[in-house]
Design a protein around this ligand. Structure first.
Ligand SMILES: Cc1ncc(C[n+]2csc(CCOP(=O)(O)OP(=O)(O)O)c2C)c(N)n1
Length: 569
């Protein structure tokens, strides 16, 4: 029997409850966290999130590979201090993003990856792109979960952020099944945590007695050194670190994102004398960087020195090498507390001789390298390229390194002039972070200049997203140190297997990346003569476009670390 109109229409006095969909709840939760952009590649499972972003005024930056979206979320977190967010579809969308999440995990970078999933009502029936995403993500995230109900969507997004930002930060992953995302629930049944009210500050100074103990040690030390690591920047402790170093008069080395905490030329800034400094110090303070392969697992530090470690993560303190004192907490907060604890008790210390000794080492190492750095040789020596880039950087240049040997060379020469202005993959050593980091950095900080150095191998992994930079009008100065080869690997192979067998699987074609840039709507130039590097970069700067200067570098020049194979020791 046909229904009458009166049977299908609600009575006029019954008000329909206002409803909201899962995708719109995601957007509300992102907004509450202060997120103003998502990096994404579309898929049918996730489109309702885009619609929610439109309502909340969150930008949608669409890229050409999900790895790029995930690296960009990592990069955005590094640049802004807020967690980054990438949204990808189920199955291959999520697997493509795994590398970006893994990189953020090792680099302790807070980000949220949201992945699609088949509808719950088709659970384990073989729906399109169904995979056990949460199981895949669990080992490389701080938190990985499925959202089981639309009303829980926003609540679980904020839960994921809470976990990502606790202690040493890192990535979180949320899988949202298609029906959960697309369904709507009454607004009043959905929990939407309010901005600023769903998590606490984690800026702890740890045990106050340890703060006092460290102040004591530092006041009494005759030859102290400090290594400021990435967490100094992550915790936005750069000012506290500078105050600490100056008040306590300690020579400082910097690595990772903490490079630039003190500008080059500062009397407390040391760089090339680190090994000497560690070998001869009576007190070594390691702040916010683990004893991993980059630190020789801490085993090269002399037994005679007092070793103190400060870290956001209790699991890092005392790992791989015994320490004399460990402090777990926020590096910036701890350094500020130690400065305060020491300032009333500072004895007249005279560290002039220690500073002079280190400065002499520093200068000698610099002079030794200088001829290669200024070399007019053709093909171009990678150190000359690094030198030209260093000369080109201003206080406002964010430098990004993505490559093997070419970037290793630049590590010794390129000196960022402000904290957080150096970006590299971190301990996962992931080639391909360059273009995504450019995207994130230039998007988040349009006021900054972004300068990136790529190996030709590294650029190829994610290079198609150069087009995304063109499409979103994000200019940057890009340089490809082109040796038509994967040199960092080739060296070890040739050393072990000889010239012919050593060239298997590591040589590349002579690709003109300048032409590639122009093809995609950017600026491109080719350089073969070292004196042309600087002017070409300047023209790239003035073009106002994403750019690639293809610099042909000497394929037979290897970085010292590669020749010693230090990364495997
Ligand atoms: C994603 C990824 N794949 C492979 C490697 C191993 N790897 C380390 S350095 C390197 C060579 C990089 O070549 P290129 O970027 O051209 O720099 P070059 O060493 O030639 O200067 C490779 C393949 C890696 N680190 N990351």
């Amino acid at each position: 029997m046909a229904q009458t109109v009166s049977e299908t229409q609600p009575a006029a006095h019954v008000k329909e409850p206002e409803t909201i969909s899962g995708g719109h709840l995601v957007a509300k939760a992102l907004k509450a966290e202060g997120i103003d952009v998502i990096f994404t590649l579309c898929g049918g499972h996730i489109i309702d999130i885009y619609d929610g972003c439109v309502d909340e005024g969150i930008a949608v930056v669409d890229v050409r590979h999900e790895q790029v979206a995930a690296h960009a979320a990592d990069g955005y977190a590094r640049v802004t201090g807020k967690p980054g967010c990438a949204v990808v579809t189920a199955g291959p969308g999520t697997t493509d993003a795994v590398t970006g999440v893994a990189n953020a995990f090792r680099a302790e970078s807070p980000m949220l990856l949201i992945g699609g999933q088949g509808a719950l009502n088709q659970h384990k029936m073989g729906s399109l792109q169904d995979l056990p995403h949460v199981d895949m993500m669990a080992p490389i995230t701080k938190f990985a979960a499925t959202v089981p109900h639309t009303a829980r969507v926003a609540d679980m997004v904020s839960m994921a952020f809470r976990e990502a930002l606790n202690g040493a930060p890192g990535p979180s992953f949320l899988e949202i099944p298609r029906d959960i995302l697309d369904n709507s629930v009454p607004v009043e049944s959905a929990t939407v945590p309010e901005s600023g009210r769903y998590r606490a500050s984690t800026k702890s100074i740890g045990d106050p007695a340890s703060v006092e103990a460290l102040a004591d040690l530092l006041v009494r030390a005759e030859k102290p050194v400090v290594l400021l690591g990435t967490q100094v920047w992550t915790s936005r402790g750069s000012d506290a670190a500078v105050d600490f170093v100056r008040t306590l008069d300690i020579p400082a080395f910097m690595n990772g994102s903490a490079r630039g905490t003190l500008p080059p030329g500062d009397p407390h800034h040391f760089h090339l004398s680190r090994r000497y400094g560690f070998n001869n110090a009576d007190l070594i303070l390691i702040v916010g960087t683990p004893f991993d392969f980059r630190m020789g697992y801490g085993r090269r530090l002399p037994k005679s020195a007092t070793v103190v470690q400060i870290d956001l993560d209790y699991r890092t303190v005392g790992k791989n090498r015994d320490i004399d004192l460990g402090l777990v907490g926020d590096p910036g907060a701890i350094l500020a507390a130690v400065t305060q604890a020491a300032s009333g008790r500072l004895q007249k210390t005279d560290r002039k001789a220690w500073f002079a000794e280190l400065r002499a080492e520093e200068d000698a190492a610099y002079q030794k390298r200088l001829p290669r750095q200024l070399s007019d040789a053709n093909p171009i020596h990678p150190l000359r390229l690094a030198h030209e880039i260093n000369e080109f950087l201003t206080e406002d240049s964010i430098y990004i390194g993505d490559g093997g040997d070419i970037v290793t060379f630049s590590g010794g020469v390129v000196q960022p002039k402000s904290p957080g202005h150096w970006m590299d993959p971190g301990p996962l050593g992931t080639l391909g972070v360059g273009i995504p980091f450019v995207l994130a950095a230039k998007y988040a900080r349009p006021d900054k200049e972004v300068v990136a150095l790529f190996g030709d191998g590294a650029f190829s992994l994610t290079g198609w997203d150069f087009e995304t930079l063109v499409r979103f009008k994000l200019p940057f100065v890009g340089v490809v140190g082109n040796n038509s080869s994967m040199n960092q690997i080739r060296y070890g192979q040739e050393a072990k297997y000889g010239h012919d067998r050593g060239r298997i699987g590591n040589t590349l074609g002579d690709v003109k990346y300048d032409e590639f840039a122009r093809m995609l709507g950017g600026y491109g130039e080719e350089v073969r003569d070292p004196k042309d590097i600087g002017p070409a970069m300047q023209r790239a700067r003035e073009s106002g476009l994403p750019s690639l200067i293809n610099v042909w570098v000497d394929p037979d020049a290897y970085a010292p670390g590669t020749m010693n194979q230090t990364m495997y020791k």
